[in-house]
Design a protein around this ligand. Structure first.
Ligand code: ADP
Ligand code: MG
Ligand code: MG
Length: 212
């Protein structure tokens, strides 16, 4: 059974940082169309700081504390709407992980759902508002469904990543009801949401780093 231990969590955040770097320009371009053109730079600043912060923690640091440092770093470095939201995601996951040395697939799914529920609570977002939640929530459901059907965590995270991408694309034609994009009203329709796009990268990073 796959084990999400501290080394795996570090691999996940490393891969997320790498993907954010690779997609920063694209994320900022998406935000230029329906926001203020800073989503890529905001997240890149945050994930770069996370990489440094985690490198400074000793190798004995557990899953919960790694996720907590990630949360605090994102909250202080990302800013905007997405900083507190990604911060909340990681903070709730950190609390859910507690002092567990490692999590199995079901433990990871429970922890991830706690984080995603935190995002919804903090952002007051519901499905179809056209936010990061529209990628995160379907990923949670797909993860649970795949694990319940007997998939291992690796395959379940692949399903979760596919569901996240579907959720991101599903809301592209819609009018945004939260965040800066909502100020545009009808003009926000037919644009891909930057936060939903970065949320897909977070799940893809999990599928890459936590698989096997
Ligand atoms: P800002 O809009 O403050 O510049 P970012 O550009 O970093 O912040 O992030 C924008 C993204 O944040 C949006 O694309 C959307 O996915 C997400 N977002 C904004 N408001 C909310 C909210 N209330 N709930 C969930 N996600 C939100
Ligand atoms: Mg922005
Ligand atoms: Mg901004």
């Amino acid at each position: 059974p796959a084990v999400v231990n501290p080394a795996a969590v570090r691999r996940w955040l490393d891969e997320f940082t790498r993907l954010i770097e690779a997609h920063a320009a694209e994320l900022t371009e998406l935000d230029a169309a329906i926001g203020d053109a800073d989503h890529g730079t905001n997240l890149q600043r945050g994930t770069t700081a996370v990489r440094e912060a985690l490198a400074g923690l000793d190798s004995e640091t557990g899953v919960g504390p790694l996720l907590k440092t990630t949360a605090m770093t994102l909250i202080s470095k990302v800013g905007g709407a997405s900083g507190p939201l990604y911060g909340t995601l990681f903070l709730r996951m950190s609390t859910a992980a507690g002092d567990s040395a490692a999590l199995d697939g079901a433990g990871f799914a429970t922890m991830f759902r706690a984080g995603v529920e935190g995002v919804a609570a903090r952002g007051k977002a519901v499905l179809g508002d056209k936010t990061m939640y529209d990628a995160l929530a379907p990923a949670c459901d797909a993860l649970d469904a795949a694990l319940a059907a007997g998939s291992d965590l690796s395959a379940a995270l692949d399903s979760a990543a596919a569901a996240a991408a579907q959720g991101r694309d599903f809301v592209t034609p819609l009018v945004a009801r939260k965040g800066r994009a909502s100020y545009l009203g009808q003009r926000s329709a037919d644009h891909q949401d930057p936060g939903a796009t970065s949320a897909v990268l977070l799940i893809q990073a999990a599928a890459t780093a936590l698989g096997s």
